[in-house]
Write a protein that binds this ligand. Structure first.
Ligand code: ME8
Length: 508
């Protein structure tokens, strides 16, 4: 039987910026989806990369006095390194300056053109280079000094030039049908409703080429024009499947994006695909934005959250856990250092770490460091079973709607039960009164730890690998099938060591 496939993407990031929390956050969520699906038996393709064309990048390169190609080579490498440093398991890293991508863009353009969806006209209107987006006069607001600003707060400039247009207005009904027939095409629900009302408000044709700069994919047949950077960027999801050659991985199952770029993914992208007669992705999920200690994050305030600093201060897996546990994925969230420390110490060091450490050190000291022989009671069995198929099913269902925080909550419900169990059974007392019962209790605890650890692998790959070593789970057997087996008594265990350190504030 061939494995079912799963194709998940992140936005491709603009190379004009250092990686910040927003970049790490979306890619982390995609990584967890990808890792979970792999362990669950899927053939997974996980794509991330960099968005390298357009006026914004051209200007950034100019301001540094280097060519856009030099500039994008440098910054793209920084994003590639982020993927490695955060243990992201992407299968591919795409750059829009690659030949494979330019060819895919030109092919998509030609298909749209030959289907009659593209025409040449003149654009006159507002453009925000920072957003690489066109805005209607009615959407603009006034800045403090009387200048006009995009709804995102970014400055806009007046653009008047010859431009190709995509007949977006012709796709209104088909888009509304899509949202209707595929109710979870856009998640979360609140965002879906926003998109629906935007489309119902009427769509204007979209300017899809520019002539006043040249850092982009040339328009086939008219090289004075380069393609609008969003048409170019969105096509990356298709390029990476090998399209226009045989592309069995298309369509993507899931595009993960930030809420600010939902419109491009949920309106423009499906319209382009419909226009080219290509299958549509399964879902676009828009996550919320982080603030820092209650403040909007901005370079000018100097409060950008650096993912590397979080990793250095709290540890990589601790950071990964916090970001997904603290805030529902679709909501905005506030990064508070105090909350980070609490999660690290209470959930990880105390609840999970201590449970494992206590039981494994008793086994090392009193039971020859081997998986104990056990005679299990109904209560023992109940705890072990709760950490098996029912928990996996619950987590699977929650991850299928990107509810990372609730999935982690349900794992921690079982970890808490195991803590209540060990305290009630008090194996440290049984050591003197009933050593056989002590062995069964410790077996029950480490088997439960083994199970929850298997399920937690996608979120904390490094720490769970260490913990699985400590409970004697063979390295080649760590997919979810391992939940159907149990630890074998007599298996020798390595010397226990703590996996989840406590965070201790350095003395000022
Ligand atoms: O938009 N909290 O690239 P980008 C959470 N190239 N997420 C945040 C955030 C915050 N405070 N700030 C930014 C682009 N983000 C395009 C995508 S895809 C075909 C092209 C997120 O480098 C934001 O929502 O600006 C977006 O998903 C990403 O970081 C930044 O992307």
């Amino acid at each position: 039987m061939t494995a079912p496939t799963y194709y998940v993407t992140t936005p491709i990031y603009y190379v004009n910026d250092r990686p910040h929390i927003g970049h790490a956050y979306t890619t982390l969520a995609a990584d967890v989806m990808a890792r979970f699906k792999r362990l669950d038996g899927y053939d997974v393709y996980f794509l991330t990369g960099t968005d390298e064309h357009g006026q914004k990048i051209q200007r950034s390169a100019e301001s540094k006095g280097i060519t856009p190609q030099q500039f994008t080579d440098e910054v793209s490498a920084v994003f590639r390194a982020l993927a490695e440093d955060f243990n992201f398991s992407n299968n591919d890293f795409i750059r829009t300056t690659e030949t494979r991508h330019k060819l895919a863009c030109m092919e998509l353009w030609q298909r749209l053109e030959s289907a009659g969806h593209i025409y040449l006209d003149k654009y006159a209107g507002w453009y925000a280079v920072s957003d690489e987006a066109f805005y209607d006069e009615t959407e603009l607001k006034e800045g403090p000094d009387g200048t006009k600003l995009a709804p995102t707060g970014k400055p806009v400039e007046w653009v008047e030039e010859e431009s190709y247009f995509f007949r977006l207005s012709a796709f209104e009904d088909r888009l509304l049908d899509l949202y209707q027939n595929q109710p979870d095409f856009i998640l979360p629900k609140g965002r879906r409703n926003e998109v629906i009302s935007f489309v119902k408000g009427g769509l204007q044709d979209l300017s899809i080429s520019r002539t006043t700069f040249d850092w982009g994919v040339p328009v086939p047949g008219n090289e004075r024009h380069v393609m609008y950077v969003w048409l170019d960027a969105l096509t990356n999801y298709l390029t990476a499947t090998g399209w226009p050659d045989a592309a069995p991985r298309w369509p993507a199952d899931m595009h993960l994006v930030g809420k600010d770029i939902l419109r491009f993914h949920a309106i423009y992208w499906p319209a382009f695909l419909m226009g080219a007669d290509l299958p549509l992705p399964g879902r676009v999920f828009a996550h919320g934005w982080w603030t820092n200690e209650g403040e909007k994050i901005s370079k000018s305030l100097g409060n950008v959250i650096d993912p590397y600093e979080l990793k250095a201060t709290f540890g990589l897996d601790q950071t990964r856990y916090f970001l997904l546990r603290e805030v529902p994925f679709g909501n905005d969230g506030d990064f508070r250092r105090e909350a980070m420390v609490t999660r690290m110490n209470s959930d990880l060091a105390n609840n999970l770490g201590n449970l494992a450490q206590r039981s494994l050190s008793m086994i090392a000291k009193s039971l020859d460091g081997q998986v104990p022989e056990a005679t299990l009671t109904a209560e023992d069995e109940a705890l072990i079973s709760a950490a098996g198929a029912p928990l996996l099913n619950e987590v699977r269902g929650l991850l299928d709607v990107q509810s990372f925080n609730r999935a982690l909550e349900s794992v921690w419900a079982v970890i808490s039960e195991a803590n209540v169990y060990i305290d009630a059974q008090a194996p440290w007392t049984l050591k003197k009164t009933d050593p056989m019962r002590m062995a069964s209790v410790l077996y029950t605890v480490i088997e439960t730890v083994r199970r929850v650890t298997l399920i937690l692998q996608p979120v904390m790959p490094e720490s769970t690998a260490k913990l699985l070593d400590l409970v004697g789970q063979p390295t080649g057997k760590r997919d979810f099938n391992a939940l159907e087996h149990r630890l074998v008594p007599g298996t020798p265990l390595p010397k226990p060591e703590g996996v989840f350190p406590r965070y201790v504030e350095a003395d000022a």
